[in-house]
Design a protein around this ligand. Sequence first.
Ligand SMILES: Nc1ncnc2c1ncn2[C@@H]1O[C@H](COP(=O)(O)OP(=O)(O)OP(=O)(O)O)[C@@H](O)[C@H]1O
Length: 316
Amino acid sequence: MADTSPAPNEAAAPLIAVRGVHKHYGPIRAVDGVDLEIRRGELFGLIGHNGAGKSTLFKMMLGLIPATAGEIRIDGTRVGGGTGGEFRAVRRKIGYLPENVVLYDNLTGLETLQLFARLKSVPPTANLHLLERVGLEQAARRRVREYSKGMRQRLGFAQALLGSPKLLFLDEPTTGLDPEAIRGFYAILRQLKSEGVTIVITSHILAEIQERVDRLAIMAAGKVQASGTVQALREQMDLPLWFSVRVAPADFETVRAALGHLPVGAVEARDDHVAVQCRREAKMAVIAALAGLGGTVLDLSVHEPSLEDVFFGFSD
Ligand SMILES: Nc1ncnc2c1ncn2[C@@H]1O[C@H](COP(=O)(O)OP(=O)(O)OP(=O)(O)O)[C@@H](O)[C@H]1O
């Protein structure tokens, strides 16, 4: 029996529900029992080492390869379930930028979009607008052969946006983009998000992901090791925080003495500040002790562990 019935409470239900999904290639467990929920309208990051299983999971969510076991539902419809017709309708509202997008060197940017539009049965009317959106309007009539790596990546992104998808899967979309282009790219994602588009993105550039995603999942060896907001993952890992306390060099010892009774870790004198490591639960007590020093403290900043720290904590 085709099990394509929508979830009972559609609005509250996750847009993507991955339940107990495996993908095995002989002895290789590319994806090894993944459970994951992605909510409507969120920008969701998937991070992991090379070979962690991110692209394989993407391909299964898109219905490009079948799962060995488990079930994926998008908008209540089972990917690859039933006769396939129900998922085809959902698939039409999904845009995909693969890790290595295949482009034809002899076509221009505009012709490339026309070709993809035909393949997707999308009216070709908005193609120039899409090239404009990704910053390629000047190169629309140049052959892809002459495109830089970053320009090819933008063209790949433009094809993913054909047909105004409500869900986007972007596999390492910022590869080859310079810092300005990365900013521009995330500005487009914010705009899409404000239009209600759900976006799932993989990246190896953790500093870039850290500030931009709503939630993320860390994959290692085919499994989701942790998922949540960056802050929730920090708290779950229980990594220490760092304070930078700027004081005159003559006051370094005063700071050390003021913190002496607190459960702080390293207290290190640097050039023009004292670096103090402390556990999260001691944070407010450290702030109170430093406030007690009055004008001795010239400046103060608190540094949360980076996503990179969190990532290595979960994936090593
Ligand atoms: N078609 C395939 N046949 C055999 N093994 C495969 C196949 N596709 C992927 N794998 C293996 O599955 C594992 C996960 O690969 P996958 O491409 O999903 O990783 P990834 O997290 O996307 O890595 P990267 O960050 O390098 O893109 C790897 O060990 C890979 O070699």
